[in-house]
Design a protein. Structure first.
Length: 597
């Protein structure tokens, strides 16, 4: 929930994000459209409640009006959809927040008893429009979908009676229903991204086949934090990356954190058969930063004043100390000390709960993946915590979502598959051909590092698993020399692994999940475990110390390009083994560093 143009992790202004800046673009676009006699509709597409310290605080303050709902009212939103992360605070808190919504809340494929009290499965909006000097009626139908995987990702928050339908099946039903209600135009608030071009059951990223469904006139997409129109989608089947069209249907993906305003213009013509039809369309993205940055909207700045100040005060609470600079600029090639600290906190908390059980003597590992690694969020999105006092904002920085601690037992064979899936984040490197180290099509938050082990990653071979966890290159293995305490890991060896609920419930499609044995541990947010570890309430863990668990197999005369923040230049000594060479900054603002393998 990025309300202000502010980074609470570093306690500094951040001009590239924030609803206060997006609001200026909204008001400007509304004025332009209304001046031309157009009807304006304003929508939000979910994941707006969580992911920042201010979102966490607003959720805790049940006795106060929710700042985002107030903002939706001030900006006169017409409808809002839900995203998977919106369920992360639990049903009671979600219900309390949504009960304050100033407009319809739409969630079409999530079903639970009583949900109709706070959200509806579709909305029908009627607007008066002027045509040739005459008033006419326009009826707009709206439906909203989330990934069905949300049922697993948030299983600890959702009751057993919650059902989430397939996106495409739900969409076909909603289009039929809305047309039967006489809707002239149908808008899909689709909290899903670009993925497979082929329709299939339970797709997480279903935009391409969704756009092929007849009767949908425009789609607002999301979930993956990407942008459309955007050149990164060039070459995708059925996708016009420049025009923002998929199967000829206008689709906009407005990034994340309020970085862009998505605009879809529909030109309608009256027809005798059904009232109105779409004659033309145009898709546009308007960034809050750039040559002419959007200013912060003063009315929203005032509206958010109290929660903004309270968040900053809470975030400054001192809880511990670090004698090392913690940053995530090199998470994909070197030891991330902040990640090691989270791994140690997870392991320490789990170890306390294994005492007196048969698992007490089983080797304990801890799986963690970077929370802030640049990627789709841009070059500002890295952890950077100086040595000295550790504060609550630093805890949130190192683990930005309120995931809960879990523990599983797995075999050595499962551990190897786990690491093979994790290593899929890297591109294959061929001798003499300079390649980008990280594949931008693989999610950085699926790069699990298993602390407690040591292993080698061979980038000369293709990944063993694809992004969906399917075995696609069975003849190849990237992981070798896998060891625990200096001894080779065998296929039958057993391990307890501390991890988060997202991974334990199947997030990321890791192939070991179906065979993992769940160990019951008390519900504990990982942020709380990290705070306890820093305050000394949890014992220290040795796996925080030592070198990076992984290193790359040598590839003479080969190098890769690492994309990171320009601020990484202050820490090049941390990757001296790669003989780093600066290779300039790209149009997005990422610094490129050439690493010798």
């Amino acid at each position: 929930m990025n309300l202000r143009s502010f980074d609470y992790y570093s306690d500094t202004p951040e001009p590239t994000i924030g609803l206060t800046r997006t609001a200026s673009l909204i008001r400007e676009a509304q004025t332009e459209a209304q001046a031309g006699g157009s009807t304006v509709l304003l929508f939000d597409n979910g994941d707006s409640l969580q992911g920042t310290p201010v979102g966490d605080l607003a959720a805790e303050q049940a006795d106060k009006p929710h700042a985002l709902m107030q903002a939706f009212g001030a900006l006169e939103y017409d409808a809002i959809g839900l995203g998977n992360h919106d369920f992360g605070f639990g049903q009671d808190i979600l219900d309390s927040i949504l009960s304050q919504a100033p407009c319809p809340v739409v969630c079409s494929n999530v079903h639970r008893p009583g949900a109709n009290e706070v959200w509806q499965d579709q909305a029908v909006l009627t607007r008066r429009v002027e045509v040739a000097g005459q008033q006419a009626s326009l009826t707009v139908g709206v439906f909203s979908v989330v990934p069905p995987q949300t049922r697993n990702w948030e299983s600890h928050r959702l009751g057993d009676d919650v059902r989430i339908d397939d996106i495409l099946t739900c969409a076909r039903t909603k289009v039929s229903d809305l047309r039967s209600h006489g809707c002239d135009v149908i808008i899909a608030l689709a909290h899903t991204g670009l993925g497979s071009a082929d329709p299939a059951p339970n797709l997480e990223n279903a935009i391409i086949p969704l756009a092929a469904i007849e009767g949908i006139d425009a789609i607002i997409a999301g979930h993956t934090h990407l942008t459309l129109p955007g050149k990164s989608h060039a070459g995708l089947e059925h996708v016009d990356a420049t025009g923002g069209m998929v199967h000829g249907t206008p689709v906009v993906m407005p990034g994340s954190a309020g970085s862009h305003l998505g605009v879809i213009d529909l030109t309608l013509t009256a027809t005798t058969e059904k009232g109105w039809s779409v004659a033309a369309h145009r898709v546009e993205l308007r960034p809050v930063s750039g040559a002419d940055p959007a200013p912060e909207d003063p009315s929203l700045v005032a509206l958010f004043s109290d929660v903004h100040s309270a968040t900053r005060k809470q975030a400054e609470e001192p809880i511990g100390h670090t004698d090392q600079h913690l940053h995530s600029y090199f998470s994909f090639c070197a030891k991330d000390r902040g990640l090691a600290m989270v791994a140690a906190a997870q392991a320490s908390a789990v170890r306390q709960n294994l005492k007196g059980t048969p698992h007490e003597v089983t080797p304990l590992l801890s799986a963690v993946a970077p929370s802030k690694f640049g990627g789709r969020a841009g070059p500002r999105f890295y952890s950077d915590i100086p040595a000295g006092v550790m504060r609550m904002r630093h805890v949130a920085d190192l683990n930005i979502f309120p995931n809960e601690l879990r523990a599983v037992t797995v075999s050595g064979e499962h551990v190897r598959d786990w690491l093979e899936m994790s290593a899929g984040v890297f591109n294959q490197v061929k001798p003499g051909v300079q390649t980008e180290l990280v594949n931008p099509d693989r999610a950085g938050h699926n790069f699990d590092v298993l602390f407690g082990l040591s292993y080698v990653i061979d980038l000369s071979v293709p990944p063993r698993f694809d992004a969906e966890g399917r075995l696609v290159n069975p003849a190849y293995q990237r992981i070798s020399d896998l060891r625990f305490q200096g001894h080779a890991v065998t296929a039958e060896q057993r391990f307890v692994v501390a991890l988060n609920n997202y991974r334990a419930s199947g997030g990321g499609h890791f192939p070991f999940i179906p065979d993992a044995e769940i160990i019951n541990v008390p519900a504990l947010p990982i942020q709380h475990a990290l705070k306890d570890y820093l305050t000394g309430a949890l014992p220290t863990e040795s796996l925080e110390q030592g070198p990076c668990p992984f290193h790359f197999a040598p590839m003479p005369e080969s190098s890769v390009l690492l994309k990171t923040s320009p601020k990484a230049m202050r820490h090049l000594a941390d990757i001296a083994e790669f003989i780093p060479t600066l290779a300039g900054t790209d149009a997005e603002g990422f610094l490129h560093i050439q690493l010798s393998l």
